[in-house]
Write a protein that binds this ligand. Structure first.
Ligand code: ZN
Length: 435
C-alpha cells in the first residue's frame, strides 16, 4: 500500500530495529538469532491508523438512554455519567479501546480526551497506550462553555480557559515526542464549536502554531451542528474554522458530514485533513459524509472509529468496509473500491496525523507497523481476491500485529494484556458508573 498501491505476492519483509529493512524475495537466510514468521495463506498490510476516538467512552457502550438519540440529546444523556469518571476509569477504558483496536489490525491511534473530571489527566490515556503497545497520538481536548453560558455540557464538566491552555502547554512539553518513530505525540483539541468559546479556539490554534503540534476538533457533524454555527456565529462551520486559524496541513477535523462544496474546496486548498467516522455517523443518524467529493478534491482523509458510545464497536477494519458501502449506497457501486478503502485506513490516516513518512505503507525505511491477516479460514474461503476480501468479506480479527517491530497480537491473542482480566476490570467499573 505505497503511493502506487504496489502488491507483492510471496514476498518477505525483513524487520530490524523497529524498521522495515528489506522487502522482496529470498528471506533472511540462516542468520542466527533472527525470528522468522510464516505468513503463508495471509495478507500482510500496513497496520491500520485510527484518526478519531474518545477512549474514555468505551465504558459507556450501549447505554440504554443513549441508544437511539441524535447527537445533542445523546450528549445530554451521557455527560452526567462521564462527569463521574475517575482516573482509573479513564485508564481502563483506554486500555479496553486500544486492545480492541489492536485486534482489528490498528497500530496507531489518535485519541480525543475532552473532559477531565475528578483529577483525570491526559497521561491516564498515554500510560494506557504504553501498556497495550500501540503508537499513540493523544490530544488535549477541552470544554469551557457550560449550560449557564449557552453551551451544551453541564457546568461541572467545563474548565476555565486559562487552566486549559496551561495544561495544553504542560502535556505538550512533557509528552510530545518529535523524533522519527515516536510512540507518543500530543495535539491540541478543544472539543467542538458548541462547547468552547471563540477565544479558546483562536488561542488553541495560536498555541499549536507556537508549539508546532497538530490541531483537532469536531466540525460540521450534522444538521444541528451547522444550525448552531449559523445561529451562534452567523456563519457556516468552515468559515468559522478559517476565521480562527483552524485550517492548514497541521489541522484535522472529525466528521465533516455537512461540509458543502465551498468548504470542501477550502479544506483541499489549505491541506486541512478529515477524520471520517462512518459507523458513528450512521449510529447517530448524522448522515453520509461527502467522502467521494473530499477525496476527489484532494483532501487527506483518514478513518475514525469515534468514541465507543457512538459506534459502539471500536474495531477499525469494519470502518473501511462501512466507508466504502456508504459511498456506494449514495453514489453507486463504482463510487469506492476495497483498495481505496484500505488506502484511507492506512496511508490516509498516516497523512492526517503527519506520519506519512513513517507509517501507513510497507516500504523500506518505514517503521515496522504490520498487520498479518489470515485469509485461509472460513471468513474469506471462496474469495478470489484476498486483498479485496479484507474489506468485502469478514469480519476478521488480525492474526499478528507488530508496532515498531514489536508484537502486540500473536495468533489472534494480545501479547501485552490479559483480555479476560481487562474485561472483568471494566465490568466492575461499569457497575459503579451505572449505579
Ligand atoms: Zn468524536
Amino acid at each position: 500500500m505505497d503511493a502506487e498501491r504496489t502488491e507483492l505476492a510471496g514476498a518477505d519483509i525483513l524487520v530490524e530495529d523497529g524498521r522495515i529493512a528489506a522487502l522482496g524475495g529470498g528471506g533472511p537466510g540462516d542468520r542466527a538469532g533472527w525470528e522468522s514468521i510464516d505468513a503463508a495463506g495471509c495478507v500482510v498490510t500496513p497496520a491500520l491508523v485510527n484518526t478519531h476516538h474518545h477512549l474514555f467512552q468505551t465504558l459507556t457502550r450501549a447505554v440504554p438512554a443513549c441508544q437511539d438519540a441524535l447527537l445533542f440529546a445523546w450528549l445530554g444523556a451521557l455527560y452526567p455519567v462521564w462527569a463521574r469518571m475517575r482516573p482509573e476509569d479513564i485508564f481502563v477504558s483506554a486500555q479496553l479501546g486500544l486492545a480492541e483496536l489492536a485486534l482489528s489490525g490498528c497500530g496507531t491511534s489518535a485519541d480525543h480526551l475532552y473532559l477531565y473530571p475528578d483529577g483525570v489527566r491526559l497521561e491516564d490515556t498515554i500510560e494506557a497506550a504504553a501498556t497495550i503497545g500501540l503508537r499513540f497520538h493523544a490530544t488535549r481536548g477541552a470544554m469551557s462553555v457550560g449550560e449557564s453560558a449557552g453551551g451544551l455540557p453541564p457546568d461541572r464538566l467545563v474548565e476555565r480557559e486559562a487552566d486549559i491552555i496551561e495544561d495544553c502547554i504542560r502535556v505538550v512539553d512533557a509528552f510530545h515526542d518529535r523524533s522519527d518513530g515516536a510512540m507518543v505525540r500530543v495535539g491540541i483539541a478543544p472539543c467542538s464549536p458548541f462547547s468552547v468559546s471563540r477565544e479558546l479556539m483562536r488561542d488553541a490554534a495560536l498555541l499549536a502554531g507556537d508549539k508546532e503540534v497538530r490541531l483537532h476538533t469536531h466540525l460540521a457533524e450534522n444538521a444541528e451542528d451547522v444550525a448552531f454555527s449559523l445561529e451562534t456565529f452567523g456563519c457556516r462551520p468552515g468559515d468559522y474554522a478559517e476565521s480562527l486559524g483552524w485550517v492548514g496541513d497541521h489541522v484535522w477535523h472529525a466528521h465533516c458530514v455537512e461540509l458543502d462544496a465551498r468548504e470542501i474546496a477550502l479544506f483541499a486548498r489549505t491541506g486541512t485533513g478529515v477524520a471520517h467516522c462512518p459507523s458513528s455517523n450512521c449510529r447517530l443518524g448524522s448522515g453520509v459524509a461527502p467522502l467521494r467529493a473530499m477525496r476527489d478534491a484532494g483532501i487527506a482523509v483518514g478513518l475514525g472509529v469515534d468514541g465507543s458510545a457512538s459506534n459502539d464497536s471500536g474495531s477499525l477494519l469494519p470502518e473501511a468496509r462501512q466507508a466504502m458501502l456508504m459511498q456506494r449506497a449514495r453514489l453507486g457501486a463504482d463510487a469506492m473500491g476495497a483498495r481505496e478503502a484500505l488506502e484511507i485506513a492506512t496511508l490516509g490516516g498516516a497523512r492526517i496525523l503527519g506520519r506519512a513518512g513513517e507509517i501507513g505503507s510497507i516500504e523500506v525505511g518505514k517503521r515496522a507497523d504490520l498487520a498479518i491477516w489470515d485469509v485461509s479460514g472460513l471468513a474469506a474461503a471462496g474469495a478470489w481476491d484476498p486483498v479485496a476480501a479484507l474489506v468485502l468479506c469478514g469480519p476478521f480479527t488480525v492474526r499478528d500485529l507488530f508496532v515498531e517491530g514489536r508484537p502486540v497480537v500473536r495468533d489472534g491473542r494480545l501479547t501485552t494484556v490479559d483480555p479476560v482480566a481487562l474485561a472483568e476490570t471494566a465490568r466492575r467499573r461499569v457497575a459503579r458508573l451505572a449505579s
